[in-house]
Design a protein around this ligand. Sequence first.
Ligand code: ASP
Length: 350
Amino acid sequence: MATSKMSKILIIYTGGTVGMIYDDKTKALRPIGFNEIRNNLPELYRMGIDFYVYTFNPPIDSSDMQPEIWVELASIIEDRYDRYDGFVILHGSDTMAFTASALSFMLENLSKPVILTGSQLPIGKIRTDAKENIITAMEIACSRHNGSNVSMVPEVCIYFDFSLFRGNRAKKYNAEKFEAFYSMNYNRLAEAGIDIKFRPQFMLPTPTKPLKVHKDLETNITVLKLYPGITRSAVEAILSVPGLKGVVMETFGSGNTNTQPWFIESLKKVIDKGAIVINITQCDGGSVELGKYETSQHLVEIGVVSGHDMTFEAAITKMMFVLGQGLSVEETKKQLETSLRGELTPIQVY
Ligand code: ASP
């Protein structure tokens, strides 16, 4: 790591536990302004980083995150892209993986770091994890390849509990450990100990083209999560959303579903009406392999798309992003099955 000139970082504070306090009246945590962070983290001013803060007003619990706010975040970055070396987004952990995934698709040709972080305990708590998470996220956002101005991390990432993850590969898996995230299907991009050990071999290449920001997201999509015993009326109700454009179907194991004729017929009906159905596995690790078992062969025949090893968060936001492009059905399917930002590992079935 080398920082040849003082780095300029924009901190975007959206809210989340990191900046929350206990409300004496309601006895619940609620987000407050950036001052709580500023007052509890004087170290920020000793880091030798030229940083500025953009605060959401009011800050939100990330359970209130919406696609319109992703567009707002992408626009904030777009408008200030040339003025900063990197961006640190302070965000609640609950939907952090969705926001990181969405931004990874919306920010095409990203050559600067966009690092999301937050914490499990508010910054005012003695045992808080917020300080380490914020300080190291800031250091990562400043890191460049030796002797150059080229950022170490030209990606949207999540930094949490000493690990740096590709944003669209991460998942919040634990609501009480400091280690709240993991990435089952892709290597961590860096680990922080005494030093921050980057693994450039796992990072996306630095693009040569200028940043392109996509702001059209299609939200008329739904989720069909399978379980033994799911009823025909439940499936039909989920698939009968008016004007439905896409379905993320969470299947068993390597992409298997029940094979009852009514089930396959319901899927075929919605596909024939023009919706795209993508198949991802309910397992956190491993991949969909369409056609591997007889129980997924029908899906290939009716035109279900493979989501390979994408996380749920990546699949949902990629669906919104790709459908928002207004492409032909064939091109939409192709884009969904292709790795656009390192979000999936394609598997060939022979
Ligand atoms: N509910 C909080 C949020 O996501 C949890 C957190 O920040 O960890 O905003």
